[in-house]
Design a protein around this ligand. Structure first.
Ligand SMILES: [Zn+2]
Length: 221
């Protein structure tokens, strides 16, 4: 399965009808926050692929445009505190960054623990129904200590680190940390999870989640 992940930066080479040629084999679009809703809708409409997303801290509660008011990209599925099964791919999402001012889509560490814990019964149900907890986690912020930075705004969440260490998704896509240098680390293997900062856009070919990964992610817990 071919996945296009987007976050944080409107990329002109993506916001053009010609992406249909470049990404014609994309099966799934994942939005990791801090992008205009019209942009995500455009990519979804052009590529005719389903879009699952979470909000970033810079997202508007209401986006005003020529098509009226939007609180989310039309036709897309908000994955915050939810799980979804798309063609047997088990996904979950968590929105927002650390709270550094008043506004939506920001959480304290303890508030994010609450968000993460509300996912746990759904992941346990996945394990019973599908034999594994989770294949892909999307979030806006990174996990604590992985790709994050020292200032509160860009610190990762401890609860996200716990979630991927316990439930071992094959992939965790996040945004929020802007990449200004090709030397900045944007992929990290953590336990059994490939953690990827998708700043701008990333195309990732997901191999079938291996039986080994499925067995390990179940048996180690
Ligand atoms: Zn952000």
């Amino acid at each position: 399965m071919n996945i296009l992940t987007l976050s944080d930066k409107l990329v002109e080479s993506i916001y053009t009808p010609s992406i249909v040629d470049r990404f014609e084999d994309v099966d799934l679009i994942l939005g990791c926050g801090d992008l205009p809703y019209y942009y995500l809708e455009f990519v979804q409409d052009i590529l005719r692929a389903p879009l699952y997303f979470v909000h970033g801290n810079h997202d508007s509660k209401v986006e005003y445009g020529s098509a009226g008011e939007k609180t989310a990209p039309g036709g897309a599925t908000n994955l915050h505190r939810r799980v979804a099964n798309y063609k047997s791919l088990l996904m979950a999402g968590l929105e927002g960054s650390q709270r550094y001012k008043r506004g939506p889509f920001m959480y304290s560490q303890s508030e994010m623990w609450f968000n993460v814990l509300t996912l746990v019964p759904k992941l346990l149900t996945n394990r019973i129904m599908n034999g594994r907890y989770l294949d892909i986690l999307i979030s806006h912020a990174p996990p604590w200590g992985i790709h994050d930075q020292h200032d509160v705004t860009h610190q990762g969440f401890k609860a996200l680190r716990w979630l991927i260490s316990v439930f071992k998704p094959a992939y965790h896509f996040h945004g929020h940390i802007h990449l200004y240098s090709s030397n900045t680390k944007d992929e990290t293997q953590f336990v059994q999870t490939r953690v990827i900062n998708t700043y701008g856009y990333r195309e990732t070919k997901i191999k079938a989640i291996s039986n080994d990964h499925r067995r390990n992610s179940g048996d180690n817990n």
